[in-house]
Ligand binder design. Structure first.
Ligand code: TTP
Length: 192
């Protein structure tokens, strides 16, 4: 019998990426506010993804494979999540423009079957190089509304593509879910 796959995420991008690789799944976003004191990006995204997946795993009955994910941007050792205001978004974009930064997505898979759960964690890192953006371009971009729900205040898949001059690594990882690695891990767990 096929394993029920549950995506513990409210992100429409993560849904699109799972559909893109042909998975059938349900969506049950975690309602909890996740928190971590980790200072290292891969540790941080792993912990936050584990909290999202763990919350849903404990709230559903029966066998299932739960997917939780978290994405942050890291530049010169500074970790950027989602901006809390337009001012903060402008500051993030000014900080990222004209340079290369890293995008980390952490994924937690929890396989519930019978008495004990199996838990798998992995992190992918992709390097993104921004071309220059001047102040009026930053204002124009913020006015599109695109930055506010995204780590680092930009969406590579949207208007910000104007400024992306290079990507090294998995593009889907930047959008929120490293699908090639995810597919391999699901095969290893024998859920596909
Ligand atoms: C850098 C970057 C991030 N993002 C998105 C991916 C994530 O959805 C978001 C980072 O926030 P997350 O906290 O990782 O995820 P989320 O709150 O959107 O969804 P959930 O917690 O319910 O799973 O930023 C893009 O869409 N494009 C980009 O280029």
């Amino acid at each position: 019998m096929k394993t029920r796959i549950v995506l513990a995420s409210a992100s429409p991008r993560r849904r699109e990426l799972l559909s893109q690789i042909g998975l059938t799944y349900e969506v049950l976003p975690s309602q909890k506010e996740e928190a971590s004191k980790a200072r290292e990006p891969s540790e941080l995204v792993t912990e936050l993804s584990a909290q999202k997946a763990g919350d849903i795993a404990s709230s559903i009955e029966g066998p299932a494979l739960i997917i939780g994910a978290d994405t942050v941007v890291c530049h010169n050792g500074q970790i950027l999540g989602k901006p809390r205001s337009e001012e903060e978004a402008a500051g993030m974009l000014a900080f990222l423009q004209g340079d290369t930064h890293q995008v980390y997505t952490g994924v937690t898979l929890i396989l519930k079957s019978g008495a004990k759960n199996r838990e798998v964690h992995f992190t992918e890192m992709t390097e993104v190089e921004f071309g220059p953006m001047d102040e009026s371009e930053i204002r124009e971009y913020i006015a599109t509304g695109e930055p506010m729900d995204k780590a680092g205040a930009y969406g590579i898949q949207g208007f910000a593509a104007r400024y992306i001059v290079a990507v090294r690594g998995d593009y889907s990882n930047v959008v929120g879910l490293p699908v090639a690695r995810l597919y391999r891990e699901l095969k290893k767990l024998d859920v596909l």
